[in-house]
Design a protein around this ligand. Structure first.
Ligand code: GDP
Ligand code: MG
Length: 358
């Protein structure tokens, strides 16, 4: 999980860290006294016009060794400024690395811009821990793009009046049905009672599939015949939950291509008739940029509250998790990391950042 992205970021951190270190060393070894930039304007000017050196380097040639040593020591406590020119190539490499890891272009650009803003033109102490400086810049940049409109899922469930209904949407084969089973298991462990609605009345065998899960989990299933109106199945499931004081209704739906207008209309109807408390978009991490496109279209048809990315166990790249949150403006809520009921991880941005930089 995320190995590739982690490796790329690690490589970037190293290369750029040593470039900055090099620059600091050069200044120090030249025995230069680095003057403070005259004003903030000066720094801004450098940002606007790369090449204008904001730092004046005065070559001091001390006569006595003793004084020279003193100056050198003093230089290490001085600061220098990282200019755009020395980072340009590295920032380009960072952008390529992000794209190769399935981070979508606008998201990669945003990350690179904020790393640049963080590093270029800021004063750094000579001799400071460059690895840490770069890591902090990267962490902040990624954190900015994934920390969108947070939804504290468990708190939301706790506070909502019951039953809480959750509809799972997405294309075929991404893991909706499996995820519903995993969520049912998680809710039961938290002490909630669960009802599942067999809302995939479209695909042959779908009702049997969810029924097997419901039986294995000891969960009530509300189902109609194959081909029935899914909006009616969901309606019945919610009525059942209300009558029997059940806490959670998990709604399975047929996978549909985001381009299939009839099926998308059917999904809109399911949501319009039943006003679910949450709509969750499910897609697979391995789909990368395809997942992103689908997320956008589903979100415009049935605006969802958050996403679940499945098959993260099979995806080394990791970019989809970053891109989907940024592009839809909705948080990733969980990651599917395997095929058993326990293979569901609650997602939060800090968890991902710790993983990427551990
Ligand atoms: N490796 C892995 N496989 C998964 C995960 N989630 C679902 N799957 C598998 O993906 C396939 C399709 O899942 P299913 O739930 O039927 O997808 P649906 O069509 O969206 O309902 C099944 O073989 C699942 O076992 C996951 O997190 N990791
Ligand atoms: Mg299914």
């Amino acid at each position: 999980m995320f190995e590739k992205l982690k490796e790329k970021l690690g490589g970037f951190k190293k290369v750029i860290g040593s470039t900055i270190e090099e620059k600091g060393k050069e200044a120090a070894e030249a025995g230069a006294i680095i003057k403070e930039p005259e004003s903030e304007e000066h720094i801004k000017k450098e940002k606007a016009e790369p090449g204008v050196q904001p730092v004046e380097i005065i070559q001091e040639k001390p006569e006595k060794v003793g004084i020279y040593d003193k100056i050198k020591a003093a230089v290490f406590e001085q600061e220098f400024i990282i200019d755009e020119k020395s980072l340009k190539d590295h920032l380009w490499e960072l952008e390529m690395a992000l794209l190769e890891s399935d981070v979508a272009l606008p998201v990669a650009e945003k990350i690179v811009d904020s790393v640049k803003a963080e590093l270029v033109g800021t004063r750094r102490k000579i001799g400071s821990d460059t690895g840490r400086i770069v890591e902090t810049a990267l962490r902040q940049a990624i954190s900015k793009v994934i920390s969108v409109d947070p939804l504290d899922f468990d708190e939301f469930i706790k506070k909502s009046s019951k039953p809480v209904s959750i509809v799972f949407v997405g294309v075929n084969g991404t893991g909706k049905t499996t995820t519903i089973a995993k969520m049912a298991e998680r809710f039961k462990e938290q002490g909630y009672s669960v009802v599942i609605a067999a809302g995939d009345t479209f695909r042959a065998g779908a009702i049997e599939q969810i029924e097997r899960h419901a039986n294995a989990l000891g969960t009530k299933l509300i189902k109609h015949q194959e081909g029935a109106d899914p909006a009616a199945v969901v309606y019945d499931a919610i009525q059942f939950a209300k009558a029997k004081h059940k806490d959670i209704v998990l709604v399975d739906t047929a996978g549909r291509m985001h381009t299939n207008i009839n099926l998308m209309d059917q999904l809109k109807k399911v949501c319009r008739v039943n006003s679910p408390d949450l709509i969750i978009f499910v897609d697979e991490a391995v789909a990368g940029n395809d997942a992103l496109e689908r997320a956008k279209l589903f979100n415009s048809a049935v605006p969802f509250s958050g996403s679940i990315l499945t098959k993260q166990d099979a995806d080394a790249k990791g970019g989809a998790a970053i891109s989907i949150a940024y592009t839809t403006g909705k948080p990733i809520l969980f990651l599917g990391v395997g095929q058993t009921y326990k293979d569901l991880i609650k997602f939060d941005p800090d968890w991902l950042l710790d993983r990427l930089f551990e």
